[in-house]
Design a protein around this ligand. Sequence first.
Ligand SMILES: [Zn+2]
Length: 687
Amino acid sequence: MKQETPVAALAANPLLRNRTGPYGLPPFREVRPEHFEPAFEQAMREQLAEVDAIANQPEPPTFHNTVQAFDRGGRLYTRIDLLFHNLAASETSPQLQTVQREMAPRLAAHENAVAMHEGLFARIDSLHRRRHELDLDDEDLALLERVHCDFVLAGAKLAGQSRERHGRIAEELAQLTTRFAQNLLAEEAAWVLPLEGEADLAGLPESVRAAARNAAAERGLPAGAHAVTLSPSLAEPFLTFSSRRDLREKVWRGRVERGAHAGEHDNRPVAARIVALRQELAALHGYASYADYALVDRMAQDTGAVLDLLEKAWEPAKAKAAQDRERLTAMARQLREPTPIAAWDWRWLAEKVRQQEFDLDDAELKPYFALDNMIAAMFDVAGRLFGLTFVEQPGAPLYHPDVRLWEVHDRTGRLIGVFLGDNFARPTKRSGAWMNVYRSQSEIDGGTLPIVANNNNFAKADPTLLSFEDVRTLFHEFGHGLHGLLSQVRHERLSGTCVLRDFVELPSQLFENWALEPQVLERHARHWKTGETIPQALLDKLLRARQFDQAWATIQYTGPALIDMALHSLPAGTPVDVAQFEAQQQRALGVPEDIGQRHHLTHFQHLFAGGYAAGYYVYMWAEVLEADAFDAFTETGDPFHGDTAERLHRHIYSTGGKHQPAKAYRAFRGRDPQVDSMLRKRGLLPS
Ligand SMILES: [Zn+2]
């Protein structure tokens, strides 16, 4: 028999103590990887006991004693789970990774046991059947619908053998998706291209050289050495600026081939197995494909609506790219570079064309986009739109010295949340940019203060200067952050960003628009050294260059989105070799070889480690909403128009999952969204 954890050991576990520190922050400074397992054990026991108590109470089910009680339960589990997954993404270690591999199937089994609890589901189901007779207000009804849907999708309606099989699939998927992400991290951490001498640095502006010096130091190379890693914030500028075609090809191949090397970190068999399990899962639920199953819980509702949207962008983007290719080929000839151009040439040549046509040089722009100034800019926008102020509190006990904490106050000065900014790349952090919460807003226990974090992967330098793409990423994640901070709901399951997947990118993508607002740039885009405001001529060029190379960006994104839908639309029982499948899809779609894809299946974390399977389209779906929503401001002639901002706050940023997304959008805009704003914004509509 397994030995019980001694009471003294549990008492010493910081994860099990009440959070008495400032803002109820997690015990970042005290927690060690070995604390998680025993704390999870206790939290799982507690939650199962709570669920049993809800299910076994003698009173007949009511909204309060069943649905609301369930939403309010599992406090300890949620608290530990959020901390665990956030640390695993932002500040991992070999020890934490071991715990993660060991815990993944156990946590999945626990979540499955809760989601498949027969007694609890019977009560929820009986309430759901009578939902329109219960006299519930909108938010309570939304919670009942939401929780019922969660249980059904998790397999609560299944019986007998299919029920058992469902549980085992969920556990294996949890293990495989963890493995997928860890394989990728290992491949990225192992890949480095040292740059030897001036010849290897040809074409690189000082900002990229500085980032390359930091990367070299981080990888333990001698002081003053330079290196490229696969981190997008270094690899992408390298591909844009390096005049060494041979090195660009190496970096490009390094990125494309991530996860596709034979050996212990090979993601090909992992992805294939994930797809097979998803097919089986969908079949258990009675759906023809995983995409059909996944889309039940989306605003789009069916694959037809998704394909219709993606195809509206795909062909016009290819047509526009053909024109762009001619300009790039002419540039290659002028520079006596080889033609036809290759995928590792496109960014570099596009930059040359951009410099010539718009006379716009990223290196010239960067000094105006110091990270601290851009943080001030996004806070300022949040202030002008929603009346928020941000007060930094240095010295708060956090998990890494680079992380910063701000108190967030509303118009009346009331503290409404805590915002953490974790902006720099490091080997212990996963790549990409994301928002997460350590605690969600709700009215549980008299109201909880949201603790919201933004993670970016900017190359740290002194000062850190951002490309305009980086600035957009910063604003994007902050848009998600505001969605979490401004949430005003009663129930945790409906809080902040807990909305349908194809609605969740609306607040983030919409917020990016303000990064390009002349009023914002004039105030905040100041030269880091001289404090001089960005010159009007440079600003005009930046605004004019907005649509430049959008066909390339559209193809890079839409190709993977279409391949995701095709892969997850395969009927149950179709074995798949992911590399072959991808190549065949590329041919069928006519993915231009010199443009390629932003993600390939062997490193496509959105699909295999991020919950976006049959859902990568959501960014474009949200872009339709976002472009149409920003036009609501444009139509007033004021990017901070008071009434429009108020409606945006009331119907979009504060409502979480209280309302159906289509209804919430209509309440904000006064009508349904229109696709043309998005196509026009990308320059894909004849103007
Ligand atoms: Zn996002």
